[in-house]
Design a protein around this ligand. Structure first.
Ligand code: SF4
Length: 176
């Protein structure tokens, strides 16, 4: 039976999605097994019920907190997609400072931030600490890498979309 697949981009650089696109012609195989029903390249606003979701990025703001809870509720299998989702990685570097210091530095103290104010309505409110996905919801599979290789993504999706359990042991993670 065809599956429903989603890929979501939270607090990340999009590099994991670039690696997903590096599947190249193998994307056509994925398309034989699943419909991509929610993704940065699909114009679907609501997060639908899905079989598998790949979630790139850490949880950095209040919108992400709501999104990840909703995704968990509507996804049969949730995959932490890349090191930012798995460990919080690069976005968590700001955890060394209070968020007020980060906002002041970003919006008031550096060249190019000419309005002289911290935006409160245009962007979602930062949470106090950047968090990996598993601190908020149950994660079914951890797909590490910055970014994970296209081969590793292909392997994991092939298994999950055929109702098999991917084996993410040391050898697999080392060689993709
Ligand atoms: S894991 Fe690396 S490539 Fe993926 S979103 Fe984070 S920084 Fe970017």
């Amino acid at each position: 039976m065809r599956k429903k697949l989603a890929t979501v981009w939270l607090g990340g650089c999009s590099g994991c999605h670039m690696s997903f696109l590096d599947l190249d012609e193998r994307l056509l195989e994925i398309a034989q097994w699943a419909d991509v029903v929610k993704s940065p390249v699909v114009d679907q606003k609501e997060f639908p019920e899905v079989d598998v979701v790949l979630v790139e990025g850490a949880v950095v703001n209040a919108e992400h907190e709501e999104e990840i809870v909703l995704m968990r509720r509507r996804s049969r299998v949730l995959v932490a997609f890349g090191d930012c989702a798995v460990t919080a990685n690069v976005p968590s570097m700001r955890n060394a400072w209070p968020k007020e210091v980060v906002l002041r530095r970003s919006y008031l103290e550096v060249p190019g931030t000419v309005e002289g104010r911290v935006p409160t309505e245009e962007v979602a409110a930062l949470i106090d600490r950047v968090r990996p996905l598993h601190e908020l919801v149950k994660v079914d599979f951890f797909l590490p890498g910055c970014p994970p290789s296209a081969d590793l993504i292909y392997y994991v999706l092939t298994e999950l979309l055929h109702d098999r359990v991917p084996v993410l042991d040391e050898a697999r993670l080392k060689f993709g």
